[in-house]
Unconditional design. Structure first.
Length: 195
């Protein structure tokens, strides 16, 4: 379900500035599963995430990079990128993701009495701000650093949004379009002409 979001231009400008660094990191991510399938992340089944985990990751990443005149994290398939990387280079972070996602739901229930997906956009933002600032319940986040978890998801979101589509994110070159970059071309193929 898409909701109208107001994202300030300063937020989008900040993301553009971070793109070079995040894109460079994403370009170097090894072990991607889709080397031969540029721009075609799987729609399912998920490689690592459950459907409910994938749905929550999609909502959280859309909060980090919301849609404006360009698609946000959801349109770019960032959740696909994260799922694929959790099956390879990010494998060691799988348990951290599972625990952190459960704690986001617990934090949501504590703050608003509802699961994250049932919250309004600004309520979801407040939950994530509590994580980012380290002000989320210490009882819920007793053995996991809320701010550290949020930073990890932010880093992965940037990599999935700004990196090469061959790693599972940046579907339809959303971030390249936003930054006014030329789409990469493959010699002898017209696969990008319809993008």
């Amino acid at each position: 379900m898409k909701r109208k979001k107001e994202a300030g231009s300063s937020r989008r400008d900040c993301l553009k500035i971070l793109a070079a660094a995040a894109g460079g990191v994403a370009a170097g991510v090894g072990g991607a599963k889709l080397v031969g399938r540029l721009g075609a992340p799987p729609s399912g089944p998920w490689l690592v995430l459950t459907q409910s985990e994938a749905d929550l990751v999609d909502l959280v990443t859309e909060q980090i990079i919301p849609a404006d005149e360009f698609g946000g994290a959801s349109a770019a398939g960032v959740v696909n990128f994260i799922d694929q990387q959790l099956s390879g280079p990010y494998r060691e972070q799988t348990q951290s993701y599972r625990a952190g996602l459960k704690r986001i739901e617990e934090t949501s229930r504590e703050m608003f009495g509802r699961v994250f997906e049932a919250l309004q956009w600004d309520e979801q933002t407040r939950v994530l701000q509590a994580l980012e600032s380290g002000k989320a319940s210490k009882k819920i986040w007793s053995d996991q650093d809320a701010a550290g978890f949020f930073r990890m998801v932010c880093d992965h979101t940037m990599q999935g949004y700004y990196g090469s589509p061959k790693h599972g994110g940046n579907r339809n070159y959303v971030s390249y379009r936003m930054m006014g970059l030329e789409y990469p071309r493959v010699i002898g193929q017209n696969r990008y002409d319809s993008v």
